[in-house]
Design a protein around this ligand. Structure first.
Ligand code: CAA
Length: 240
């Protein structure tokens, strides 16, 4: 029987590539999404991957959504915490709402998803948690105090939880993508984006598949000795 993988924010951008790559690798995949019904329906039509709607920022919705996935597909073996948002603004203009929205989704969302799934992984003595952080959680980014703080938090979360999961056969790792050609990056003003690309040694934005391949590896049995690690995939833009 194939393993079950749940990917948050799994119908668009990097998450969609992760969902498809895991399916291609033989997993039964559930793709969670928060709001864009049209994109989710299109994604299912094109890939045959089931989608499930809830906000990772809502703990009770996560617990209920996970229960639904497990009832329909079986226990979750692989959790990919990919869902994330930006609310960029220089700090002096940043509102409390912009701070809270990003923290609630990008950091608390990882707690909200992992916490209900964790006891089952411990009982079954197997699990793979892959968190998607960001280069900007490693180096900081002008205009992203909220996002950089949350993404740095995801790295600390990973390192701590990896130690708790190790004896239970659960690995917890984090990937820090650089600037990847997705809607999120395309929303950055063009001039700013061009100046960012000029700082990437490989001379281009990454592709979502560059990140998806890392996830497939970390989810595999071949990666059982790798836990608590931070994988950077950023075209050489920041050498952590
Ligand atoms: N370093 C220093 N100064 C900078 C700067 C930088 N990186 N970026 C902008 N500035 C300066 C500008 O030069 C300008 O200065 P002057 O006023 O002296 O000309 C000032 O900041 C701009 O101030 P504004 O009040 O006009 O700023 P704004 O309200 O228009 O907001 C911004 C600007 C939102 C920060 C905008 O620059 C921006 O979107 N930057 C990109 C942030 C970014 O990289 N986001 C990543 C999104 S993708 C993602 O998050 C995925 C991932 O994981 C990589």
């Amino acid at each position: 029987m194939s393993r079950i993988a749940l990917v948050t924010g799994g119908t668009r951008g990097i998450g969609a590539a992760i969902s498809m790559a895991l399916k291609e690798a033989g997993y039964t995949v559930a793709a969670n999404y928060a709001g864009n019904d049209e994109a989710a329906a299109k994604f299912t039509a094109e890939t045959g991957i089931k989608t499930f709607k809830w906000s990772v920022a809502d703990y009770d919705a996560c617990a209920a959504g996970i229960a639904q996935v497990e009832a329909e597909l079986g226990p979750v073996d692989v959790l990919v915490n990919n869902a994330g948002i930006t609310r960029d603004a220089p700090f002096h203009k940043m509102t409390r709402e912009q701070w809270s929205q990003v923290m609630d989704t990008n950091l608390s969302g990882v707690f909200n998803m992992t916490h209900p799934i964790w006891p089952g992984m411990r009982d079954r003595k197997f699990g793979r948690i892959v968190n998607i952080s960001s280069i900007n959680g490693q180096k900081g980014q002008f205009g992203q105090v909220n996002y950089s703080a949350a993404k740095a938090g995801d790295i600390g979360f990973t390192k701590a939880l990896a130690q708790e999961g190790a004896r239970a056969g659960i690995t917890v790792n984090v990937i820090c993508p650089g600037y990847i050609a997705t809607e999120m990056v395309m929303a950055v003003p063009e001039k700013v984006r061009e100046s960012i690309i000029s700082t990437i040694p490989v001379g281009r934005l990454g592709e979502p598949e560059d990140i998806a391949r890392c996830v497939v590896f970390l989810a595999s049995d071949a990666a059982s000795f790798i836990t608590g690690s931070t994988i950077t995939a950023n075209g050489g833009q920041y050498l952590a």
